[in-house]
Design a protein around this ligand. Structure first.
Ligand SMILES: Cc1ncc(COP(=O)(O)O)c(CN[C@H](C(=O)O)[C@H](C)O)c1O
Length: 336
């Protein structure tokens, strides 16, 4: 099957497997795994933060960030279609006792300064107040949109004027950086913490990294442990992660293939697919999405329903040009 369901399906290459095999390891709960320490330091540098923390998943990175930034009862402002709100099992409530305050970003998932201002709640005798603003870049549900640094900065400025910290779910931050041709550090410059996923388009088998100030990461390390994320010889995971980090420069190839895939899908009767900004293609379907997904699977193409009449296809490093051609033929057969 040509698996376009997600870029989470990427598999480690031989170099990553050998790096894992040969990794120098230690007990990371004691801070003694040299490979984990190297990865954390490297990601902190790349994102322009003081420190960083390896976590098993992007979800844990986001949830540790929420738990570290907030107090119980507070609210977190987030975009209604964001991953933190929509796909993390109510984690902000379950892990942190935090209330979600969703706002409807624009069609690209951008949360405006006015929306932050309007959703902000000052603590008083009856309310715990706003404890966090959570943003996402690229924005998955809106089609992998690469949000400009100025938009992130503007929302963060309003939060900071009210002493509210900002977390950036940067699961695909390097995709945004590649699409906008700006350093990832610039996209994270005005936020207080950011997660990046090594296990998506970058191809690592496991792992995300949560970056922030030294004081933030010290507290986040405790919350990671609280959630059971304290790992031992995790250099086995950090070594392929370090290799994955070097794949940032190849993400443009995924974006180019996504553009070709979208153009081909758009030409199929019963589908319409706008030009993507990164590696995520979302097609509007005449037939129910679930039917289209099942038909595509039958023709050897993996994709996922992204709404009643929306289907998502993700390009990634295990998908080459021939796969795109084959996928287009398969989808054409599926929906004809
Ligand atoms: C923006 C963003 N932030 C966080 C995560 C969570 O990462 P993991 O927990 O899967 O490592 C994801 C995964 N997204 C997955 C996907 O797109 O297939 C599913 C929906 O969970 C994400 O898209």
């Amino acid at each position: 099957m040509i698996d376009l369901r997600s870029d989470t399906v990427t598999k480690p290459d031989q170099a990553m497997r050998e790096a894992a095999r040969d990794a120098e390891v230690g007990d990371d709960v004691y801070g003694e795994d040299p490979t984990v320490n190297e990865l954390e330091s490297r990601v902190a540098d790349v994102l322009g933060f003081e420190d960083a923390l390896l976590v098993p998943s992007g979800t844990m990175g986001n949830q540790v960030a929420v738990r570290t930034h907030t107090e119980r009862g507070q609210e977190t402002i987030l975009e209604r279609e964001s991953h933190v709100y929509k796909w993390e099992l109510g984690g902000v409530a379950q892990h942190s006792g935090v209330q979600a305050r969703p706002v409807d970003g624009d069609d690209r998932g951008v949360v405006s300064p006015e929306q932050v201002r309007g959703a902000y709640v000052e603590a008083d005798g009856h309310r715990a107040g706003t404890g966090l603003l959570a943003l996402e870049n690229t924005h998955n549900s809106k089609g992998g949109t690469a949000i400009a640094p100025e938009a992130i900065d503007a929302a963060a400025e309003v939060a900071h004027e009210r002493d509210v910290p900002v977390h950036l779910d940067g699961a695909r931050l390097f995709n945004a950086a590649a699409a906008l041709d700006v350093p990832a550090e610039r996209l994270a410059r005005e936020v207080d913490s950011a997660t990046v996923c090594l296990s998506k388009g970058l191809g690592a088998p496991v792992g995300s990294v949560l970056a922030g100030s030294e004081a933030f990461v010290e507290r986040a390390r405790r919350h990671r442990k609280l959630m059971g994320g304290g790992m031992r010889q995790a250099g086995i995971l950090a070594a392929p992660g370090l290799r994955a980090l070097e794949n940032r420069d190849r993400l443009g190839a995924d974006h180019e293939r996504a553009r070709r895939l979208a153009a081909g899908l758009d030409a199929v009767s019963g589908l319409s697919a706008p030009e993507p900004e990164t590696n995520i293609v979302v097609a509007e379907t005449d037939d129910p999405a679930e039917e289209v997904v099942a038909a595509c699977e039958h023709e050897g193409v993996g994709c996922v329903a992204f709404g009643d009449y929306r289907v998502r296809f993700c390009t990634h490093w295990d998908v080459d040009d021939d796969d795109i051609d084959a996928a287009l033929s398969g989808v054409e057969r599926a929906v004809e």
